[in-house]
Structures are given as C-alpha cells and as structure tokens.
Write a protein that binds this ligand. Structure first.
Ligand code: MN
Length: 426
C-alpha cells in the first residue's frame, strides 16, 4: 500500500482551519518571546528517526505473543510499512535492519522500494543473542565474550557479514548489543569476559569501512540477570575508546536501572564526543519497550534538553543516529510508532524552546528557582501546532493517527496481506 498526495490532501481538508488558528496563536506567542519560527520548523522537519524492522509486527513477552492482523511478512512489506509511517508523519525517513531476520535476496530491488518511499538504510543490527539453525557454535554462554574461542570467532564473523550486507544497502553504521553475561554468581570470570569482548570488538572494528561507525550498546540486566558484560555507559565508553575513533556508545532509554539520570549520561558522552546512537522507548520498571513518552514525558524532555545543548555546543560529537527501539504487544504497531514519533518531536520541539543563554545566566547566578522556571516554561508550551506545521511543510498530514484511521490503512493491509500474516523474525 502506498499513500499518494491526493489522499494526504484529502485527509488534511478537515483539520486545516483549526490547525491554522492554533498555529497562528502559537507562532505569534513564540515570536513575541524571541523565537524564529522558521528556524524551529526547519529543525523539526530535518529531524528523522529510524524505524527498526522488528517493530513493525506485534512483539511479545516470554509468556507469549498476540499477533496483529496484516503484519508485514517479509522485508519488502516492512519497508512499505515504514513508507506509510513516513508519508503520514514525515519523520520516519529511515529503516534499521536486523540481521539475519532481514537479509535481502535482491539488493537492487530492496533499494528501489526504499527509494520509492524516500527511506534510507540506517544502522544495521547484528544478532548473537539467539542460535541460528545453520550455526555450528551456540551462544548459550555468550558470543563475543564466550570462553570458547570457536563461538567468539563465529560471532565476530557474523558481525563482519552484517557490515557487508549493510554496506551493499548504503548503511553507515553497525550496532552491537550483546546479551552476554551471567545468570549466577561465580558463573563467569568478569575480567576474562570483558577482555574477550574487547578483543572481539577490535577484530570487528578492524573490518569497518572508513566512513562507518560502530555503536556499542549497554544494558544492566536481561536476558542475563546476575551480570551483563557491557552493563553500563562507562563500560561501553571504555570499549569504544579501546576500539578507536569510529566507535561510539549507544544509549537506549530502557537500558538503565530505574531513576538513572540519563540526561547526565548524554551530556558526559557528548562532551567526550562519544554519543553515537540513541534508542527511544519508555518504561516504568526496566527495558519495558513502551511507547515513547507514554510514562515519563518530562524525563524525555530533560534528556532532549541535554541532546539539544550537545548538538549546539559539542562539534566534537557527530550527529547522533536516532532510532525507536520499542515493542508493541497490544497496540497496532503502526499506531504505536506514530505516537512514539509524535512524542519524540514534541520533546525535541520543547527542548528547542529552552532559552539556553538565560539558563546559563541563571545557573551562574545560582538562581535555582529561575533555572526550573526556564525549563518548565518550555515544557508547558503546547508545541503540537508547530509539529503539525512541520509535517504539512514536508507534505505530511496534520493528525497522523486520525488520518491512519480515516484512510483505513490497517484494513487495507489486512486485505492485501491477510489477517494471519506474521512478521518475519518474530
Ligand atoms: Mn536498543
């Protein structure tokens, strides 16, 4: 299914006059407060978030999975789904592939489909957290950290293969997330596990093309519950530094213990020029992978405030690769992703409204009350008309969820693909 310009225009007819009056009011208020509306709009229009190929079908828990009708059954259909998201929101201009779930059979055909949707290939993701039918070694006791050299070599070779696949598609980065760790005290020698991981990452890094980046993700627990080898940002940063200039830390919002100050982590990494990638989701307890902004929108805003500060003040840090990393257990995955994209843009827009000069002045004067006022004044602004305008300017819709429903997109996908199609890899 493809959404053409006529459908978009038709869909926008209903809400346009209300949008105009809401936008005019916000635009006048922000202009009066010294903001340049066109600069804000351009930044929002340029902000694109990659959609991971595994988020387009229903996820599941270790207890089971409730499928969603009309799921994309192959890579072509997954790219089509991101195309739908991008047509409506104009914010999802990239797809992040998971290997081996999404290995293309015909590269030029796949590139053509993506091109027709104006979608590029973002970071490729390797998988050493489950065994493949064809593999000779098992990852039951780890991959890059495994005490068994043959298992480590298999995991290294897989990552190198993923780089080659990504290179053929135009990807420029590899994300490594390791499930390696231990379930019980005494099971693993921490030092050996870390040293093996460092050596393995260096072997992968050696094969990285010059214009590529390596993103090293961390996570404190799960699927191993006593320890993980790359448990936190400090360990990830150490490994990235050991590899070299093209290696970076990747922050996933759900990969922290409850109440961790993620905005401070972001600031530290950007100061050191080492924040490479960023995975959005939300959580109440752990790596819950819930819709972005559904539980802690103010925390997301504070993180974006640190990101915006870093993007404006840290030329030593490359522009981060943004991706949603969530799982959709009960919602329509496409509706869930639309809500996440909206929450990301909203937090970004609000962070752009923070008067950084005024904040610095208040910080230097130790005016703690004023500091809080500046942040919360930005946070309390209803920026949704700004998001609507940014979407309209790029050819998207005013209200993505409303349009998704009124255009009967899920119904069309079900009639095209069948009610029982299951997303590959899940
Ligand atoms: Mn992640």
């Amino acid at each position: 299914m493809k959404i053409n310009k006529n459908l978009i225009a038709e869909s926008n007819k209903k809400g346009i006059s209300e949008h105009n009056s809401r936008f005019d009011f916000l635009s006048a208020t922000l202009t009066k407060n010294g903001h340049d509306i066109n600069v804000l709009l351009q930044k929002l229009q340029d902000f694109q978030v990659a959609i991971p190929s595994w988020a387009l079908g229903a996820g599941g828990t270790r207890f089971g999975r409730f499928g969603f009708h009309g799921e994309p059954a192959n890579l072509e259909q997954k790219i089509d789904d991101v195309g739908i998201l991008h047509s409506l929101t104009q914010t999802a201009g990239a797809i992040s592939l998971h290997i081996p779930w999404d290995v293309p059979s015909d590269y030029s055909a796949i590139k053509e489909i993506a091109n027709s949707h104006n979608i590029i290939f973002d970071a490729v993701n390797s998988n050493t957290f489950q065994d493949q039918k064809t593999s000779s070694e098992s990852y039951r006791f780890g991959s890059l950290s495994n005490t068994n050299k043959a298992a480590r070599e298999q995991a290294i070779a897989h990552n190198i293969e993923v780089i080659k696949i990504g290179d053929k598609l135009g990807s420029k980065s590899l994300t490594v997330w390791l499930a390696d760790g231990a379930n019980f005290p005494g099971q693993s020698n921490f030092q050996h596990a870390l040293q093996n991981t460092e050596n393995s990452l260096k072997d992968i890094y050696k094969t990285l093309p010059n214009d590529w980046k390596l993103f090293i993700e961390y996570k404190p627990y799960e699927p191993n519950f006593y320890s993980t080898v790359i448990q936190d940002w400090g360990t990830s940063l150490m490994l990235a530094n050991a590899c070299g200039d093209k290696a970076y830390t990747l922050v996933d919002l759900g990969h922290h213990l409850p109440n961790t100050n993620i905005e401070q982590i972001v600031s530290t990494l950007m100061l050191k020029g080492k924040l490479g990638g960023f995975h959005f989701n939300d959580s109440k307890y752990g790596d819950d992978d819930l819709t972005v902004g559904s539980v802690k929108p103010y925390a997301l805003f504070l993180i974006f405030n640190a990101l915006v500060y870093g993007m404006e003040n840290n030329p030593q840090n490359p522009y981060p690769a943004w991706m949603i990393d969530a799982s959709h257990n009960i919602k329509d995955p496409l509706e869930d992703l639309i809500q996440s994209l909206e929450a990301i843009q909203e937090a970004y827009a609000k962070a752009l409204l923070v008067d950084q000069e005024l904040l610095t002045e208040a910080q230097q004067n130790h005016d703690v009350v004023k500091c809080q006022e500046i942040l919360q004044d930005a946070y309390r602004t209803d920026v949704r008309p700004l998001l609507e305008k940014a979407r309209l300017n790029r050819g998207g819709v005013i209200h993505p969820i409303n349009s998704y429903r009124s255009l009967k997109i899920r119904e069309t996908l079900i009639s095209e693909r069948g009610a029982n199609s299951v997303a590959s890899g899940l």
